[in-house]
Design a protein around this ligand. Sequence first.
Ligand code: SAM
Length: 268
Amino acid sequence: MNHLALKQEVKKYWNTAACGTEFINLKKFSKEYFEAIEEFRYNTEPEIFAFAQFTRFYGKRILEVGVGAGTDFLQWIRAGALAYGIDLTDEAIAHVQHRLMLYDLEAKEIRIGDAEAVPYEANMFDLVYSWGVIHHSPNTVQALGELIRVAKPGGTIKLMIYNRNSLFALYQYLTHALLKGKPFRSFKKVLYHHQESLGTKAFTFREIKKILATQPVTIKQLTAPATKHDLLYYKAKPFQWFAYAVACIVGWHRCGWFMMIELEKNYK
Ligand SMILES: C[S@@+](CC[C@H](N)C(=O)[O-])C[C@H]1O[C@@H](n2cnc3c(N)ncnc32)[C@H](O)[C@@H]1O
């Protein structure tokens, strides 16, 4: 599938339901609806707080790329950041606009925009943040370059992308390849077809380091600790214990589904 057609597929997928809203059966855009989204998100992905460090960006100009339903975006504003946000879809932007109105909060700007062509000038932001987004975009490397371009020299880029060498990726392989009698299907292919929108990618540490070596950045953090998804939080206890033991054996800080990357943009 060509780049444009794949981008349309990605857009269609995330326009059907904004990220993180699919499990919530409450009146759309009501206060209960948004609070259930927020509770579910931070219960299942508690690592976001320690990684994002929302409260360290008071008064700073930040850009979130791929805001989804806007749960993290609200935290930036609550923490006093001057927050700009973009997403590929109308559905995401509508979610954020309703949330801002409901809580009487103000963003500097929230608009449709593509991570592969970020609609801002170079060197504008103290922080560029993107959680779980650019691996869905057909040209992830281009999107990464854009995140870096719009950060100020000395500024920070924090992003999460999926880790192919993770327990969660292994479960996807077992479910969609091995147990279907297709052991030779690669992890890449399984994730491309079965992980959220079509074309989803996941990377290894080595691949990411190689890509980053071509960019004007210094790596401050590159880690992928086991997440609740890797530890099978939705399964019975014996499965969870087994996953926990495997994570300890293979390396707790590198076997997680969320590869969390913090970069500093170089001055030269
Ligand atoms: C898994 S959701 C993550 C949303 C949010 N960051 C979160 O953690 O809940 C992926 C989001 O990325 C957006 N997205 C995908 N490709 C994009 C692109 N090229 N530019 C901007 N947003 C994109 C989708 O519309 C969707 O809202």
